[in-house]
Design a binder for this molecule. Sequence first.
Ligand code: NI
Length: 170
Amino acid sequence: MALLPILEYPSPRLRIRAQPVAEVTAAVRRLIDDMFETMYAAPGIGLSASQVDVHRRIIVVDVSPEHDAPHAFVNPEIEVLGGVQEREEGCLSVPGFQETVRRAERIRVTALGRDGEPFTLEAEGLLSVCIQHECDHLEGKLFVDYLSSLKRGRIRKKLAKQRREEAASA
Ligand code: NI
């Protein structure tokens, strides 16, 4: 397995819309395994292929504290079942920032698993938020898009400053 580099906001590559996966091949399974390893190492609770610059419809999620509830979704489709929730979200592509986002509470996801078999999962709470957040990535959408342009601008400036400081101290 391998750790994959994660694209950071405001990379234009994060805005590319991901294409469907035609077949869950060995290469797709390897990518899923690398995405899990990258997500756990970060550490994070979700990661989309878009964030590792592979523009295919694949996400991985594990919101359990023990890292023992991994879910891989290939070609995920979300159906909103109802309710509203507001939670603080972060993103491995927007490191160091957390903001409250309003999303659906209950969803049903249909996807192919790592084994290529179709499955359906109903989710609520944090798992639901995480799946919605990662599926947004596949559309080229980031959680900062839900914030005001003022807030988004501040985040962009702070990230640029952090990067300049890192470059200066390297
Ligand atoms: Ni994210």
